[in-house]
Design a protein around this ligand. Structure first.
Ligand code: PLP
Length: 356
């Protein structure tokens, strides 16, 4: 059916969700295509959700998410008016772009990076300025700085970068923050920050509040294992948080998600143990692959990047035939999530074959 709609939407790529675990393999199959946490929900989180949230589904949630906001403010040593929630950090990033950029404005970000960026920017009516990654899959800080002009409303740093898993160093982040005009916002998208064990690790919070144009986006989806419940947040200047609230989806963050976030923050130690175990698995897999002769970019996330170029599609088929769904970017490479131990064992075996 022909219907009148906004120009530009037709040329927008649709967001591609990571494929589910392949059906039909003779072995148990695994989904390692969405950088999810392989552990099941914690018992303490499940019971708090059941007790407190599921009994209230006839009521709207607290739209501000007051208890979570206060808890996160204390955690980050800021005030509650520095915190904004969203249904996943995807919504927080959407709020931010909607707040600052419209027709005629530009948003600068590295590419390849998080697939939602071009969609979010185009939906706001603004223009994407995609700055190619370096040959090692890292942010090109000088090129990003050079891409900023009078039309720039936002610069996005994705640290560690999805899908290459590469970190931005402290020095690089510092250079970028210092180079940008004070009225251009800089978003540090830190969806995978808990997995970043780089000795030279940079966090957006290191620059906030000395640089009030810095905004930090975090999520409960990855390290906290709440991807299905949709809750993330931004730390930003109060004026920015006020604006984010205006463009936010009303009642977007459910009570269930809010209770689960609070319960997860209470279970921090247990969750940290899981993060540590995932880092151990990452080291095991990457050591094995490097031993097989792979030259891989540095990974500081719960996934890694196989730069397969034209061999990407065939390699993705090989993974699927062995019961593993991975995230393939045809012509570029494959992003592999560190998953269950057995899935990781199988990744090592398939990579051994591919290396030949
Ligand atoms: C770099 C990056 N930022 C943000 C997100 C958003 O995650 P969520 O909306 O689940 O918080 C993702 C999810 O894959 C991501 O990879």
């Amino acid at each position: 059916m022909a219907y009148r709609h906004r120009e530009g939407i037709d040329s927008l790529p649709s967001y591609k969700q990571g494929k589910p675990a392949p059906a039909g393999a003779r072995v148990p199959s695994y989904k390692i295509s969405s950088n999810e946490n392989p552990y099941p929900p914690l018992e303490s989180v499940r019971s708090r959700v059941a007790d407190q949230a599921l009994t209230r589904m006839n009521r709207y949630p607290d739209m501000r998410g007051t208890r979570v906001v206060e808890r996160l403010a204390a955690l980050h040593g800021v005030e509650p008016d520095n915190i904004q929630l969203g249904c996943g950090s995807t919504e927080v990033i959407t709020q931010l772009v909607d707040l600052v950029a419209g027709p005629g404005d530009e948003v600068v970000y590295p590419w390849r990076s998080f697939e939602a960026y071009p969609i979010i920017v185009a939906c706001a009516g603004a223009a994407s300025v995609q700055v190619p990654l370096t040959g090692e899959g890292r942010h090109d800080i000088d090129a990003m700085t050079a891409a900023v002009n009078d039309r720039t409303r936002l610069v996005i740093v994705n640290n560690p970068n999805n899908p290459t898993a590469t970190p931005v160093s402290r020095g690089e982040a510092d250079r970028l923050v210092r180079a940008l005009p004070a009225d251009v916002l800089i978003l540090f998208d830190e969806a995978y920050v808990q997995f970043n064990d780089s000795p030279d690790r940079a966090e957006g919070m290191d620059f906030f509040p000395d640089h009030p144009n810095v905004v930090v986006a975090r999520t409960f989806s990855k390290a906290y294992g709440l991807a299905g419940l949709r809750i993330g947040y931004a730390v930003a200047a109060p004026e920015v948080v006020e604006g984010l609230g205006k463009v936010a989806l009303p009642f977007g963050v459910t009570d269930v998600a809010q209770v689960a976030a609070l319960a997860s923050l209470d279970a921090q130690e247990e969750l940290d143990g899981r993060v540590k175990a995932i880092l151990g698995e990452r080291a095991r897999v990457l050591d094995a692959l490097r031993g097989q002769g792979w030259r891989l970019p540095e990974s500081r996330a719960n996934f890694f990047w196989l730069p397969l170029g034209e061999g990407t599609r065939a390699a993705a088929d090989r993974f699927a035939a062995s019961g593993l769904s991975v995230r393939a970017f045809p012509g570029e490479g494959i992003r592999v999530t560190i998953g269950e131990g057995e899935a990781n064992d199988r990744v090592i075996e398939i990579c051994r074959e591919l290396a030949r």
